[in-house]
Design a protein around this ligand. Structure first.
Ligand SMILES: NC(=O)c1ccc[n+]([C@@H]2O[C@H](COP(=O)([O-])OP(=O)(O)OC[C@H]3O[C@@H](n4cnc5c(N)ncnc54)[C@H](OP(=O)(O)O)[C@@H]3O)[C@@H](O)[C@H]2O)c1
Length: 300
């Protein structure tokens, strides 16, 4: 199987390249090599290539910057992926496109399923939602719609962490090394999700006949940022990783005065459809975070 990965130096893309490069024929493109905002660069890079599967991990992920650079957000998160989807369709290749829990408004208080209505409350969420729609529409409008219907797959993930680029958990550990008192938001909820678990879960969907459409991927369970940070700090203490902090204090969303974009308060993604399709439940976010900290921090 020949796989192309776009966004190969990002948090998720780098993890996927590492996980797959020994097993498959993988070609990765980083931002400098392929700019999703540059349509001719997309054509020039992808059209000459032969591949069966393309995974798009690239995105404009700075939620606040998207509010200021709206055209750029839509170019990268929606129009670029649409052209990529067209090229995949024309090559009879499958596209897996990553999206986000931020397509929801966060008003629900139980996990969002793939059937729930999307209602983004930020430019980032709106641009990602448009990208989802354009990618999925592209296959349906193809001349060979029957052969390719539901081939492209949109995977929504939440609170992604992993060793390839620092995220919230790394910021909390860094601060906990330097300060005795750290705080995190206690009234915003979702599920931390480990890039290496995504890499493993994703492989069941590589086959061209694997189900397309929209699918939610996350580790199991849910938490606030404060609970997430506290668990990470507890793991460090258990592993004798030296930290100054012991207890993470609570902040509220209302305290986050620097945020420009609105964020959903509750954006837990249900993995019930994944479990129904594959027959296994993703491991808990607590186990995934412990595993990550053990592998990434205990020898540092
Ligand atoms: N991180 C999360 O918590 C989270 C949550 C929900 C969903 N997601 C989704 O998961 C996917 C992967 O995110 P991630 O966590 O890996 O984010 P990330 O670390 O920010 O990676 C995004 C990648 O996209 C690249 N990129 C940015 N602009 C680009 C452009 N114009 N053309 C080509 N590449 C460009 C970035 O390159 P440079 O850094 O070099 O610019 C980076 O390598 C995205 O679809 C994101 O929306 C992430």
């Amino acid at each position: 199987m020949k796989i192309v990965i776009i966004g190969a130096s990002g948090r998720l893309g780098a993890a996927l390249v590492r996980a797959y490069q020994g097993k498959f024929d993988v070609t990765g493109f980083n931002h400098a090599q392929l700019d999703l905002a540059n349509q001719s660069q997309i054509q020039d890079n992808l059209s000459p290539l032969e591949f069966n599967l393309l995974i798009n991990c690239a995105a404009m992920t700075d939620v606040d910057l998207c509010e200021q650079e709206i055209d750029q957000a839509f170019a990268i998160n929606a129009e670029g992926p649409q052209l990529v989807a067209r090229i995949c369709r024309d090559k009879n290749a499958k596209m897996i496109h990553f999206s986000t829990d931020y397509v929801f408004d966060g008003e629900k208080r139980e996990p969002y399923t793939e059937c729930d209505a999307v209602k983004p409350i930020s430019v980032y969420g709106e641009s990602k939602r448009t990208g989802e729609k354009l990618v999925l529409q592209t296959q349906d409008r193809s001349a060979s719609a029957k052969a390719t219907a539901d081939r492209h797959l949109v995977i929504r993930v939440s609170w992604v962490f992993g060793p390839d680029r620092p995220s919230f958990v790394d910021a909390m550990i860094k601060r906990g090394r330097e300060e005795e008192q750290i705080n995190a938001v206690a009234d915003k909820f979702s599920t931390p999700t480990y890039t290496s678990d995504i890499a493993e879960m994703l492989q069941s969907f590589f086959h061209v006949d694997a189900p397309g459409g929209v699918l939610h991927f996350s580790n199991s369970g849910q938490c606030s940022w404060q609970e997430y940070a506290q668990h990470a700090i507890d793991c460090c203490h258990r592993l004798n990783i030296p930290l100054k902090v012991k207890t993470v204090g609570a902040l509220t969303l209302a305290d986050m005065k620097n945020w420009v974009a609105r964020r959903p308060v509750y954006s837990v993604l249900s993995s019930a459809k994944y479990t129904q399709l594959i027959g296994t439940t993703p491991r808990s976010w607590r186990d995934a975070v412990s595993d990550y900290i053990e592998h990434s921090y205990s020898k540092k």
